[in-house]
Write a protein that binds this ligand. Structure first.
Ligand code: ADP
Ligand code: G6P
Length: 483
């Protein structure tokens, strides 16, 4: 086998052109942070969009851009503004994303979006064929590129192709509403192995394949005539060591070397030692349940007023997909909710919510993780949610409480967390109280199990298991064909 080619819409770095030249910043999101660790540790080429549209790329900078990307072992697919509108902001994020997260009311079925999605997927497939050798392993990622596996297989029937979906796969009843449902399934079936975060997503996919394409499904094998496509679940892990080492290093920093944010957090601990910090970190996305979380916080403070001035909610929301109307509306809603709650409940000594709407460098993310007594993550639907895992990995002394939505893929593996239904405010209020008052001994007992599991099933093991299953599948298919 040759090298591994990773393909995703977004590269692990995003380029911007500033006065000083080309600037590369790390991409945010579970796919990018998870796969980056794999990419950095091995010999792979990553193909994707650079963050700059054709219109934002001056001709004379093209070579410099390619060189900047080569440094990260990346190669770009050029996309115009129009393509981004139809394929990315359109079909990917106004059709598939809301539908696969069960937001039917936000889902738009637009023929133009679909046409753009098809042609951009073809562009990615062509870029892969051009940049790879026959014996390379091709690993396609996520919902933006579901047609790519079939497009490659058509041109290169012996290509070894894996596909991993980083978001939920919805139930058949939801999936079947898409006008182009058969094409999407057939696109995916170009792969030899299709991976999901959880068994439920896998089951939903198999059910759609059986009912919409009428294919023979035996356990988790799909017989498509000349070969068998394997489907399996691989819950994605994190780079446990990276987060743990970063937390150890941060804890060891002399006060004068700490970041401004860390100093502020330290001051907070000293001036209000009894006040618990509750942390939430998400991309600003309606699937993350940020608005509901703020309302649930208000409900909690009204139900248990004795916790006023004793808790503070820190919300870090990273700007995301701001050209999509639903994201703009959500931003407005959150601004208003935070403003109203702080306006109504703040005292001279206390602001209930600290709200940051920005991306933060890795070191500040660690500052927040290590300084927070509780992480409160309430997605209404989430493929995995790596933030939950990262929080636990950084708890060096094993204290800290994770409150996690049962609608997140990670909840399946994190039973020792306090699991909640984000729509149930009453239960969340009780859970917050439980978290605030949980004895350290219990916190440590719960986190010990969580950390062991995260350390063992880290992102490297995740990728290895996927790759091993892919190679096994190729061998099985060779045996299948020669029968
Ligand atoms: P999603 O993939 O839907 O965004 P996840 O929780 O799975 O959700 O992944 C989010 C990833 O983005 C995490 O790995 C987290 O460390 C990273 N991240 C979140 N917020 C920031 C931020 N402000 N700056 C940099 N990285 C961030
Ligand atoms: C989720 C998706 C990724 C995506 C990321 C950030 O993690 O699964 O495919 O890259 O969100 O979203 P964006 O649209 O900014 O790439």
């Amino acid at each position: 086998m040759g090298k591994t080619i990773i393909i995703s819409n977004r590269l692990p770095v995003q380029l911007q052109i500033s006065e000083g030249g080309i600037v590369a910043t790390p991409s945010v999101g579970g796919l990018a942070t998870g796969m980056k660790s794999i990419h950095n540790s091995g010999e792979s080429l990553w193909i994707g969009w650079s963050g700059l549209t054709d219109e934002e790329t001056p001709e004379e900078l093209n070579d410099a851009i390619n060189i900047a990307l080569e440094k990260h072992n990346c190669s770009k697919v050029n996309l115009s503004q129009e393509e981004m509108e139809g394929y990315y902001f359109g079909f990917s994020n106004r059709t598939i994303w809301p539908l696969f997260h069960y937001f039917m009311e936000y889902t738009e079925f637009e023929l133009d979006f679909w046409e753009s999605y098809k042609s951009v997927n073809q562009k990615f497939a062509d870029a892969i064929l051009e940049n790879s050798d026959e014996d390379d392993i091709i690993w396609v990622h996520d919902y933006q590129l579901m047609l790519v596996p079939q497009m490659i297989k058509e041109k290169r029937p012996n290509a070894v192709i894996g596909f991993f979906l980083h978001i939920p796969f919805p139930s058949y009843e939801i999936f079947r509403t898409i006008p182009w449902r058969e094409e999407l399934l057939s696109g995916l079936l170009g792969a030899d192995l299709i991976g999901f975060h959880t068994y439920d997503y896998e089951r939903h996919f198999l059910s759609s394949v059986r009912r919409l394409l009428g294919l023979e499904v035996s356990f988790n094998d799909i017989n498509i005539g000349n070969r068998v496509v394997k489907v399996d679940s691989f819950p994605m892990g994190i780079d446990y060591k990276k987060f743990r080492d970063a937390a150890i290093a941060h804890n060891a920093l002399a006060p004068e070397n700490r970041s401004v944010l860390q100093k502020r957090l330290d001051d907070h601990k000293i001036s209000a030692p009894d006040t618990k910090l509750i942390l939430s970190i998400d991309r600003l996305d309606y699937s993350k349940g940020i608005a509901k979380r703020i309302s649930a916080f208000e409900y909690f403070l009204n139900k248990y007023p004795e916790y006023k001035e004793k808790v503070r909610l820190v919300i870090l929301a990273v700007p995301s997909r701001s050209n999509v109307p639903q994201y703009q509306l959500l931003k407005k809603e959150i601004d208003e909710l935070v403003g109203r709650l702080n306006g109504e409940l703040s005292t001279v000594n206390w602001t209930p919510i600290w709200y940051f709407y920005r991306s933060m460098p890795f070191k500040n993310l660690i500052d927040l993780y290590i300084s927070s007594d509780i992480a409160w993550l309430t997605p209404l639907r989430d493929g995995m949610n790596l933030v939950a895992k990262e929080y636990i990995a950084t708890r060096i002394d094993k204290t800290g409480v994770l409150i996690l939505s049962e609608m997140a893929g990670s909840a399946y593996e994190m039973n020792e967390a306090l699991l909640i239904n984000p729509n149930n405010f009453e239960h969340q209020a009780e859970t917050l109280k439980k978290a605030i008052t949980m004895p350290k001994k219990e916190q440590m007992a719960r986190n010990m199990f969580l950390q062991k599991r995260l350390e063992r099933y880290n992102v490297e093991v995740w990728a290895q298991e996927f790759m091993t299953a892919l190679k096994n599948q190729i061998e099985n298919n060779e045996a299948f064909v020669s029968k």
